[in-house]
Design a protein around this ligand. Structure first.
Ligand SMILES: [Zn+2]
Length: 560
């Protein structure tokens, strides 16, 4: 008997030692490698054709070319064609969600995936940024849009509409992100101070009180140091890259913001998570504007080069570069080249684009600005004025008829008059084709570098889970830690919403002898005369009337 147990014991030792070796030797699923840093670079609205055009235009390979490794499917929970908010939410949380939703689960109205239970619908979902922060890593967000716009918002906030930019900014300011760089100062400032906030809260002051530096131009950014930097370089979105040198020379480039963010975040010995967005390729493609598209895509590629150079040097960084969906359905070749396409020279492709010296947005700004600087109604704009502005800005001699067409498209798309230039002029003066002013539903290229990089075709939530695995974090466990539904732990009579200030509601929980106050969209708990900083923000979902608070707050209120 004794001899038998000794034999069994020896066998156990042998298996424990050899198994992993065998697993890897024989190609079984290798244990995932945990990396120190994850850098995710999203170019909004870009697909394979746009990369190809940028490469011809640049005349040299793109930095991104050498790390292409697969594809990303771009459908969302309620559509085969994505919107940026749910796409970014999928990349951030590992879950599909519906159109316009930010950092929350879908409603029951899904078409491509099975619906959540009624209980789970629209519930906040933890993001890679929140999970990395709770793991002690530094975190950063960089964008050329407002930092409250769909993609950056999906990593920092939880709201049921991408339009709720006041709430998104409030959550971002209370999210404890180390580095946030981009546009959108207006949603941090009260209306009275020239901002856009209706709740009159001065979040710039709130950031200062939390110890943040707030650079507002390149020079200040380059001087910034420490691990709390919230740079807001424009009131609204930053300038299109092609217009920046003339319209906003004090704004930093995407590559400069990326380099600075990495410099600040890499000082953290626990590592970091950084999301960088080239936001405006999407806007350019909505407008069918190749000039804006090329300038912002090449600027994005320069930011990728900066991050890649760091990842190579560092060796413990997983870098993923991708887009969330295609916008505009751009093609190299259009109806005009249906018969001539095999004779299309590089000059045919790029020469017309080289003459374009500003974005379509800038063309329309110049066109619609009266001599007194006031905005002109489109009816007050003459075809001659259109021809003059197009000649100066895009280097094209156009006919009276084309100018008329541009004005009528501008009337049709009153909200986006800049759509007119690309729609009317590209089919005749370039070899580019556009199929829509909206998004398109095809797979988009995947690029990655570093340990355990994903190779193959993935849906968007899968890539979030690959990044979570790489950092050794569990997104769903983090959701349970940060977002406890108040009604599941407190009786309904114990909970009320104080709406004395409608734009600044407060959740009040009276439990046994304790009264707790939790301002919505902040990470603050007031109880027993103390103010406690919570490890996550308090979220209210108006559609379900539910409130979500961190476990940490529940324990405190219950006196555990
Ligand atoms: Zn878009």
């Amino acid at each position: 008997m004794r001899r038998l147990s000794l034999l069994a014991f020896r066998w156990i030792i042998v298996v424990a030692v050899l198994e992993p070796l065998a697993a890897s030797a024989f190609g079984a699923e290798a244990r995932p490698v945990v990396v120190k840093n994850v850098v995710l670079l999203i170019v909004d609205g870009c697909s394979a054709e746009q990369y190809t055009l940028a490469r011809w235009f640049k005349g040299t390979p793109l930095a991104i070319d050498e790390i292409r490794c697969g594809s990303v499917k771009t459908y969302i929970a309620d559509s085969v064609i994505a919107d940026s908010a749910p796409a970014a939410t999928a990349f951030a949380t590992g879950h599909f969600t519906n159109d316009k939703l930010i950092g929350v689960a879908p409603s029951v109205k899904t078409v491509t995936v099975s619906p959540p239970s009624a209980d789970e619908q629209l519930r906040p979902l933890a993001t890679l940024l929140e999970a990395a922060r709770l793991q002690g890593k530094a975190t950063g967000i960089v964008a050329t849009s407002r930092v409250t716009h769909a993609t950056p918002a999906a990593f920092m906030a939880h709201v049921t509409s991408r339009r709720f930019e006041e709430e998104i900014m409030e959550q971002a300011v209370h999210q404890g992100v180390n580095v946030v760089l981009g546009g959108g100062r207006d949603f941090a400032m009260p209306k009275a101070a020239g901002g856009a906030r209706r709740d009159d809260e001065d979040l710039i002051e709130a950031l200062r009180q939390r110890g943040y530096q707030i650079p507002t131009d390149r020079e200040q950014l380059l001087k910034a140091g420490g691990n709390k930097v919230f740079g807001l370089f424009s009131l609204g979105p930053m300038a299109p890259e092609i217009d920046r040198p003339r319209r906003a020379p004090a704004e930093p480039t995407l590559a400069e913001m990326t380099r600075k963010a990495i410099e600040l975040l890499s000082a953290d010995e626990d590592g970091f998570f950084l999301m960088v967005e080239g936001s405006q390729v999407d806007w350019a493609c909505h407008a069918n504007d190749p000039a804006h598209m090329l300038s912002d895509l090449i600027a994005y590629d320069e930011a990728v080069a900066v991050a890649l150079e760091f990842a190579r040097r560092d060796g413990q960084t997983l870098l993923i570069a991708l887009s969330d969906h295609n916008t505009g359905g751009m093609s190299i070749g259009n109806m005009r080249t249906s018969k001539t396409y095999p004779q299309t020279t590089i000059a045919d492709l790029v020469e017309p684009l080289r003459k374009m010296r500003c974005s379509a947005v800038e063309l329309w700004r110049q066109l619609s600005m009266g001599p007194d600087g006031k905005k002109l109604d489109v009816k007050g704009i003459s075809p001659d004025a259109v021809r003059r502005v197009v000649k100066e800005g895009w280097g094209l001699e156009i006919s009276e008829d084309e100018a008329q067409q541009i004005l009528s498209v501008a009337v049709r798309d009153k909200g986006d008059p800049q759509n007119a230039f690309g729609e009317v002029l590209c089919p005749r003066h370039t070899v580019l084709g556009w199929t829509t002013h909206g998004h398109a539903g095809g797979d988009v290229p995947l690029h990655a570098f570093g340990p355990d990089r994903p190779v193959g075709t993935f849906d968007q939530p899968e890539l979030a889970r690959r990044m979570a695995r790489a950092m050794g974090v569990d997104l769903d466990a983090t959701t349970r830690r940060l977002f406890v539904e108040v009604g599941s732990v407190f009786a309904s009579h114990e909970v009320e919403i104080d709406k004395a200030e409608p734009t600044n509601p407060i959740a009040r929980i009276r439990h046994q002898n304790a009264t707790a106050e939790l301002p919505i969209n902040k990470n603050i708990l007031r109880i027993g005369g103390a103010e406690i900083a919570l490890e996550g923000v308090v979220v209210q979902i108006a559609e379900t009337g539910k409130i979500y608070i961190p476990q940490q707050a529940v324990r405190r209120i219950k006196g555990e």
